[in-house]
Design a protein around this ligand. Structure first.
Ligand SMILES: [Fe+2]
Length: 315
């Protein structure tokens, strides 16, 4: 085994026949264009990552996703894995180097390093009053701009797979991900969904960077992006709803596992993109749990997921 530990999810990669329509959706969803070529669209959030979403021009499809490593030595280690591409110079805006791997369902997992950073985009935010802190904004009225959410960063990728346990084992062993919550149905060894987070030692990371659930078909369930705060989830919902152009898939609610306030939207080819704010943040000492589906796959508030969301796969 390579023994590396990835440092962050970097970007998702899909294919669409119309980059104008893809950019219109992602702009309404709250990303900004980082670069566009004849062949592909690169979108960013407000954090410095050059891009967090890549769309290649072509028939609609899920290509895979990329993980950043902290050290170029990690690229050398994964390049030795069976089926690995070897270290490549990325011939795309932002540059950098990568190794391409193939996960058990045939999708491409890129391990990347040295991609250019951009200046962060500043988002002005006013303080929020709460019961415990009633004077956070004393003497000042709050006013939000009307418009899309402002996506900050990519948070996680979710896949479905008929071989979900093998898939999760591959991701954990190859990328150094660790268990946050393994979810079972019926017998305790019948795992139907597994939440994995990055192992950054004592540093705190999102509850999950990768979730894989059992499905008859393999593919993408959704890509997920952190927005500025809970208001931003609601503001983005109002905006996307107001366009009348896009399918709302689920939300708004607050998950149990991960605790995010979530809202899910489909792009023009049915690929689901999630907005969220306020996830649980854990470190390596938090360990992992085995939980039942009834206990774990519910919301703390909000409606139950519709069938069109639960079974959704974009191959
Ligand atoms: Fe999600």
């Amino acid at each position: 085994m390579a023994g590396i530990k990835v440092r962050d999810l970097a970007y998702g990669r899909i294919r669409s026949p119309d980059l104008d329509a893809q950019e219109a959706f992602l702009t309404a969803f709250g990303m900004a264009r980082a670069a566009r070529t004849d062949k592909a669209l690169y979108m960013r959030g407000t954090d410095p990552a050059h891009h967090i979403h890549v769309t290649e021009k072509g028939d609609p499809g899920f290509i895979g996703f990329a993980w950043a490593v902290a050290d170029e030595a990690d690229l050398k280690a994964v390049a030795k894995l069976p089926g690995a591409s070897g270290i490549e110079t990325i011939d795309e805006p932002g540059g950098g180097k990568r190794v391409r791997l193939t996960e058990p369902n045939g999708y491409t997992i890129e391990i990347v390093h040295g991609i250019e950073s951009l200046a962060p985009i500043h988002v002005a935010r006013q303080a929020i009053n709460s019961g415990a802190a009633p004077l956070n904004r004393a003497g000042e009225v709050i006013r939000f701009p009307v418009g899309p959410s402002t996506v900050k960063r990519i948070g996680h990728a979710v896949m479905g797979s008929p071989k979900n346990q093998e898939t999760v084992r591959w991701f954990r062993e190859t990328l150094g991900l660790i268990c946050s919550d393994d979810v079972y149905a019926g017998e305790k060894d019948n795992l139907i969904g597994q939440f994995s987070r990055i192992d950054a030692g004592d540093d705190y990371v999102d509850h999950h960077a990768f979730f894989c659930m059992k499905n008859a078909r393999a593919g993408l369930n959704h890509f997920s992006f952190e927005v500025q705060d809970i208001d931003d989830v609601f503001m983005g919902h109002e905006y996307l709803n107001g366009t009348g152009k896009y399918d709302h898939m689920w939300g708004i609610g607050r998950h149990l596992l991960g605790s995010q306030v979530y809202d899910y939207w489909a792009d023009p080819w049915g690929r689901i993109h999630e907005h969220w704010a306020d996830t649980d943040r854990l470190n390596a000492r938090n360990g992992g749990n085995l939980v039942s589906a009834e206990e774990g796959l519910r919301s703390q508030w909000g409606t139950r997921p519709p069938e069109k969301f639960i079974g959704h796969i974009s191959p």
